[in-house]
Structures are given as structure tokens and as C-alpha cells.
Design a protein around this ligand. Sequence first.
Ligand code: AGP
Length: 607
Amino acid sequence: MCGIVGYTGHRPAAEILVGGLRRLEYRGYDSAGLVTVDGGLHVRKRAGRVDELAGLLAEQPAPGTCGISHTRWATHGGATTTNAHPHLGGDGSVAVVHNGVIENYAILKQQLQAEGFVFRSETDTEVIAHLIASYLEDDLADAVRKACTRLKGTYGLAVVSPRFPGLIVGARLGSPLVLGIGQHEHLMASDPSALVGHIENVFYLQERQICSLTAEEWTIVDADKAPVQARTQPINWDLGDVDKGSFAHYMLKEIYEQPTALENAMRGRLDDADATAHFGGLNLDAQQLRRADRFIFTACGTSYHAAIVGEYLFEELARVPVEVEYASEFRYRNPPIDRNTIVLAITQSGETADTLAAMRESKRKGHPTLAICNVVGSSIAREADGGVYLHAGPEIGVASTKAFTSQVTVLAMLALFVGRMRHLSAPQGERLVRELRGLPQLIRETLTCDEQVQQVARKYANVRNALYLGRQYLFPVALEGALKLKEISYIHAEGYPAAEMKHGPIALVDKETPSVFLIPRGEVFDKVMSNLEEIKARGGPVIAVASTGDERVARKADDIIHIPEAPDYLQPLVAVVPLQLLAYHIARLRGCDVDKPRNLAKSVTVE
Ligand code: AGP
């Protein structure tokens, strides 16, 4: 889960590399480094953030118009300067930066040590550097290709050598690598955000391909050294997408981008005339969708919570049974799946290793395998049989927000689409289309609760534990609210179906542990109200997310956050917003690094 940036051209490389690393820092931020080639290798690396590296470069500039760089999320060896990338091979004949995990590094290390190679770090990556050095003759790309044949695991690699000035060689298996195609300059990066503003066109390197970049040329060969005719595509991001603008953090910017993100997710997909939704990229005919008698949704983290909301939506609106699977479990559990099952992978980044593997497992078993994904050209998007892009724009804050609401919106539209093929009447479809079209405005209204949330955040910023409680459509939102608080404020929090409390968790209730109740008006309001009373009866403080003007809840709760009314099936999209804001403001009050929380990274490309 690291970030790689490479540049070769006519401009000073170090500055461009550091700028790119800043854009990729959400992928890993425990140490950073770079190497430029200019009459030799100029290695600069430091434990800590990219700022530390920039500080070192101010003292010791790295000359040259060609170089590679890295920001790290440690997998092997602590977050130290020695373990930071790049790593040198042999006597410094090659330098390597790597994103991924080499599973057979220990055995390769022994073999290389037996051949006299000296290891300086605890990383798996240094094995790659020495391996390439061991194959290096007069063709750097070929040495990389040969080395890759001995690697087990995942890699996105960038390699330079003082013997081949101006040349960068890249390779990938399992980890993303995108090339930036410019005029008299070429770049590579782990994702396009590092390339924005430098080039217009990109090429997504495919599995087992090897690229060679110089200032004037770029070539691709496959694992058998056969040339690849590569077609570029326009980079679909712009500077506005990757900068914070006037917001203090990307997470807050992305929370406030949700109304527009939902408009983008719905654009051109809702059909008033036929009272349904349309998707251009599913690649499944109506017969296959009608014949499907079960869906399996598989995902990780926040996307998994969106999948659970999707389960409720599909079972209510499309009357199709859905199973929701943690991708990391699904890929090894090997459940019996009958023929008419469609598997749907849900992911923001499109690079999450467990979700990618779960999808490949499903395809291997011959099930139609779709994906809902945000990043265009990502591995999951390219390998799925079909799918739906979120069009939510880049999500840079590690804590996912707008991707969650966009995923739920797309799942609601998919349920409408499948439902209209089965039992949903045109009038029912029309109501759903109308209500979905009203969502962006509903979210805009909900965002006005920010002030109220800040007051509540100030009151509870120093708690050690918290409980999030909801029922039906709001149970997965309770899970999501708890995850948001955990991942950015480091407060221990758990989400539960509200009625589950009396089967054990209610023992956690005391006056220091607030319970966040999701209790807007709706079908299960009274049930949730009695669960709320059970907590109050045991002296637990209650923060209620309730419908605007709801006096009954206001009389019982210690603190209340009002949200606009919405139909039950759309409440997850409204009720999650104050929970995103609550986690954000509590984390900010606790001085946490909201966009780069400890121990986390935006896309988890290792198992
Ligand atoms: C959510 O805030 C986290 N960043 C994490 O749980 C994330 O949702 C998970 O890693 C899945 O990522 P994906 O949607 O990119 O596959």
C-alpha cells in the first residue's frame, strides 16, 4: 500500500517526484525516499512524512532529470530510514522502489546471500534489487523481466541504474502502475493523482507487463518479451479534483462533495419514462439478470457496509436474496454457489487485494462477476465481467465518505433496475426514481447539521468508548459510523443492531460511554425508541440522530442531531452524514491527522 512516482524528461526530477509523493501520501506515510540519476545515483530517504524528505532535499539537493520515488506503508521491517525505499542492488548498479509484498523473499534472500549479496535492510524489496543486479548485463528491462519470473507475491516496481541514464523500467503484478505520456517527458505512478497537471494521457500497465520510459520514448513488452501495442486514454482527473481547495482536510471536502457525487452517480442513468434505471457497462442481458436467483456482494471495510445496505435494498426492491461476504473470508471459504448466482464486488479504489482475489475466485468458478468501483482503469474495474463506475471523483481522505453514499446510491438504482424486471410496477418505479432524484438536495439539507454536530463533538471528544445503534437499513450505518470514529479518532467504537444490545453489549453501558442512536421517523421508530429507553434506564448518555422537529426523541436524548425526513430505504444516505461529521470533528479536536490516520492507508493492495 505504498505510492510510487517516476519521472524522466528535461525538468529537474526531484521537485516533480516530491510533488507526486504528496498526492500519493494517502497510500502510505511512514517513510519516504527518492533516487535521481545524474552521473551516478543520488539517494535521499527519511523515516516520516514526505515533508521530512523535502526537508532533507533542501539541505542535500538531488540533481538530474530522471528519478524514482516512494512513500511507504511498512509490511516488512519497521518505519526506519534504512528500510525506506529506494533499495540498491549489488554494488549500487540498480535502485528499486516497490509497492506490494514478495511472499518468497526469505528463500530468495538466502540464495542471494549465498551468492555474496549483502543486505542492509529488513525489507522484502531489497531482494528484488539484488535479484535484478544479479541478472544485469546490457539490458535493464530484460534484467527486470528475468528477476520478476522468480518473484512470488505482488509488485508495482520502478527501477533505475547509473549504467542506463534517463531510463526508468517498471513492472507490475497485482499492484497498480499507470504511465503518464507527455511531450519529451514520461512519468509513472501508483495512481493518476500524481500525474495530474503534468500530462493529458495515461496508460494503465497490465499484469506482468514491463515498461521502459525515457524522455523521448516509452515501450511495453509482455512477460515473454513480445512488444505490446499500447493505447493511451485521457486522464479523467483535474487539479481541482486533487487539491483540498478551501477545506482544512480532504475528508471534510469529500463529505461536502456528496451532493455533487450523487448527481454524478445518477447522471444519465435514471429513466423517468420507463420508471427504471439504465447501466451501460453491466454486460449482462436482461435474461441473465431475471434468471439470477441470488446475488453475492463481496467487499471490505466501508464498502462492506455499503454492501449490507445493498442487501436490504435488493431484498426489498428487487425481491432477490443477497448474501454479503467479507472478501478476505470469501476468497478462502469456498462456499457452494449454485449456477444462477451473480457476484458483485464493491470497492472504491478497485485495488483492494482481498476484493480482487475474491472476484478472481468467483470468475474462476464461472459466476458472472460484476463490480461497483470508483477508480477508472483500476484492476478490479478492468478484470470484472461488467460493472458500474461511481463517478464520485478522486477520494483522497483515507476515511471513505462520498464513496459510501455513492455506492449505496448505485446499489439503490441497481435494485430498481432489477426490480422493474421482476415485480416492481411502473408507479412504484416512478416513486423510486422521483425520490432518488431528490437525494442530492436532501444531503445538502443534512449538511446544515454541521454546527449541531460540532457541539456534540466538543462534549464527547475525550470518551474512550462509544456505541452506535440502528435497526434495519440503519444497522449497517451504525457499523459505518463506528468504523469512521475508530479509524480517525482512535476511540474504540462498536456498531450493533439496536435490539442486539440486551443480548450482551448493554453490559458496556455506563455514564462514560455514549450511545449514538440512529432514530429517524420510520417503520421501526417505536422499536428503536424502546431500545433507547433501555440505555437511558442504565445511565448511558444518548446522542440521537433524529428527524427534524422530533420532540419525543428530544425529550429522552442527552444530545440530538436533526436530519431531514427520508423514505426508510434512503435513510442510510442521510443518517451517515452526521456520523461522518461527528468522527471528523472529534478527530480534529483530539489533534489526530484526519486524512492520514495512523496505521492505515487508502487502498489495501496487500493481503
Ligand atoms: C474506510 O474508511 C477505509 N478506508 C477502508 O475500510 C476501506 O473502505 C476498505 O479498505 C475498502 O477499500 P475499497 O473500497 O477501496 O476496496
